[in-house]
Design a protein. Sequence first.
Length: 295
Amino acid sequence: MSESTTLPELTPPSASSSGRPLVVRSFGLTDPGRVRLSNEDQFLVAELTKAMKVQYASLPQPQTQYAHERGYLFIVADGMGGHQAGEQASALAVQTIEAFALNTLKWFFRLKGAEEENVLKEFQTALQQADARVCREAAQHPELAGMGTTVTIAYNLGSRLFLVHVGDSRGYLLRGSHLHRLTHDHTLVEEMIRLGQLQPEEAAHHRFRHIITNAVGGHAPGMQAECHRIELELDDTLLLCSDGLRDVVPDDRIAAVLQAEHEPRTACARLVAEANEHGGPDNITVIVARFETTG
């Protein structure tokens, strides 16, 4: 899918908020739900920082010193495939991206011009490596044939948020009182809506709504990542979630919970509880990150 640098439903940031230092508070939670026996979802919440470990020194100082800049990485993956193949696919994808971020990713802490584009390209490469690894594992083990996973990645540096997405997990941004959906569902139903073959209100109960057309892994290698770059504002809240939440809890209710619960840990717990109160038909995974001012 084509790379986009802005989302039309989000108003441009004011000049005073651009580049403002933000403090990130975040939490992630996963739950099997009330129907599934296993949990095929995986998630990651990680902080990236520059560190210096002092081995010997003549001056008294901390053994480990950290730079002021911080990066934050958030991942939600929802696996698919029988015989626990989905669980393995999502785990392989998250492990591959995590290793890429640690060992390969060029950590851009001060972004200028083309470096922003490089961040998105780097994470597209990470997804390609995850896709190849899942397909390779499935080829070596026939019982895992066809396994795949959705992957939604959010990467935060300063006031910028980068999203790279494949599948039908979702990214949302709460700005003020409005919940903005940041990602598209890569499903047959979404494609039918785009082509005018189906009305949006028919999608929620359509029998093909869970057929994914673009995933990491699957029956053949090759996937297309959807990419976005967003300028964050003070008090924005990011939500990443698997379909176990958004399929059963309406967007207006999700927004109400995020507005009411300012602690990410409590917000995650409330969202998971609401999904289970609606029957918990699928695994539920949520990550909530709040962007606040320093001091």
